[in-house]
Design a protein around this ligand. Structure first.
Ligand SMILES: Nc1ncnc2c1ncn2[C@@H]1O[C@H](COP(=O)(O)OP(=O)(O)O)[C@@H](O)[C@H]1O
Ligand SMILES: [Mg+2]
Length: 375
């Protein structure tokens, strides 16, 4: 049974192409009005998932529900869903208003009504001033906004977008990202967008569905994905740069890090099924810590500045630590020379733990960090 509040719901949806499993059985529910972004590296099954929802690809198993109705066997045209492949596709010989009205005319709506709805949509999106202009006279950003308006005027159950900003560069990409979110908010539409760009996902989504190798790894609010990644893959993939990942090992009450003289004490809030490798002394685990949670401290562990990068609002330090590096953000006013020794510690509330074998997150809370006494 599909809950009535879900606009889109996947139940055990999977897709094989011959011997390739593009998507493993996946459950996913999108609420009305929600902006969900499917995020993952190339080839992880994002497009296949979206095409199955659109009705352009048949699931090998499982069912798809739109507004509580099982649409698994319905063709794309019967699903009341708009699939936006790419935006630049306005008719150059028509005005903006005519472009927006065109789909409605094609569906048999009288011209006056189609024109009225087109102007209404343009007004809602703050594009009314462009109504009589021709696409060639518009900026690239405005052309894309009008193309979106044309898709929105149909008011389908949901919009599916596959890397819609993929071909745009630099500032236009950023501008359109803001517009997409703004237009989504104004229209109240339900949007499911696919991207491999974690920054795009973070800035657009109400919730992010992270995929890898055909599997849905984590589905949560951007902040939770960033703060509490479900496994090492998400920890590394989300954030720019991703989390610092350090090898660690139990030493009695404490956990010692490889390559850095810091000891950490943790409380185990719960037990995780299948997690055995890190139990008891000598067990291996991984610590994940974001660059903003690496702190300079007189009582911290020493490491050597390998490289510094001024980023305006802050500086990025690359610190050599054993055979690896540790990235730290520090306030813009503090300067270090390359080769200089600095002392660091970690903000306990910013420490995340992962199983040394499976890479899955562990429900450990870090109580304190202390520099290992010199032996
Ligand atoms: N029509 C197809 N025939 C065979 N293999 C396919 C087809 N479509 C996708 N695949 C495979 O399924 C996997 C997922 O592809 P896709 O959904 O396009 O990933 P993404 O959009 O995340 O880059 C890839 O291994 C891809 O090669
Ligand atoms: Mg794709």
């Amino acid at each position: 049974m599909s809950a009535p509040q879900d606009r889109i719901r996947l139940e055990g949806v999977a897709r094989k192409f011959g011997a390739t499993i593009a998507v493993y059985p996946t459950d996913l529910a999108v609420a009305p009005g929600e902006f969900v972004v499917i995020l993952g590296p190339s080839g992880c099954g994002k497009t296949t998932t979206l095409r199955m929802i659109a009705g352009l690809e048949r699931p090998s198993q499982g069912s798809i529900h739109i507004n509580g109705k099982d649409v698994t066997r319905l063709r794309a045209g019967e699903r009341d869903i708009a699939f936006v492949f790419q935006m630049f596709s306005l008719y150059p010989h028509m005005t903006v208003k005519e472009n927006v009205a065109f789909t409605m005319l094609a569906q048999g709506l009288p011209a006056t009504e189609a024109g009225r709805r087109a102007v209404d949509m343009l007004r809602r999106l703050g594009l009314e001033r462009l109504a009589e202009a021709r696409p060639g006279a518009l900026s690239g950003g405005d052309q894309q906004r009008v193309a979106l308006a044309r898709a929105l005027v149909r008011s389908p159950q949901a919009f599916l977008m596959d890397e819609p900003l993929g071909t745009l560069d630099g500032s236009l990409r950023e501008e359109m990202r803001e517009s997409l979110r703004d237009i989504h908010n104004r229209s109240g539409a339900t949007t499911l967008l696919v991207t491999h760009d974690q920054e795009e996902a973070m800035s657009l989504a109400d919730r992010i569905a992270v995929m890898k190798d055909g599997r849905l790894i984590q589905f949560d609010h951007p902040r939770t994905i960033y703060d509490s990644p479900a496994n090492l893959f998400v920890a590394d993939f989300v954030g720019s740069p991703g989390m610092n990942i350090l090898r660690a090992r139990r030493e009695g009450e404490w956990i010692a890090l490889a390559g850095l003289d810091l000891l950490l004490r943790v409380a185990e809030d719960g037990d995780v099924e299948g997690v055995t490798a890190n139990k008891g002394p000598g067990g291996e685990c991984r610590l994940g810590v974001r660059p903003e949670n690496v702190l300079l401290s007189e009582n911290g562990a020493p490491c050597v500045v390998e490289h510094t990068e001024a980023l305006g609002s802050h500086n990025m330090l690359s610190l050599r630590m054993g055979e690896g590096f540790l990235k730290a953000w520090i306030p813009a006013g503090i300067r270090f020379n390359e080769g200089e020794t600095v002392r660091v510690t970690f903000l306990p509330s910013g420490c995340r733990w992962f199983d040394g074998v499976s890479g899955e997150a562990l429900p450990w809370r870090t109580l304190e960090a202390a520099c290992r006494p010199t032996r």
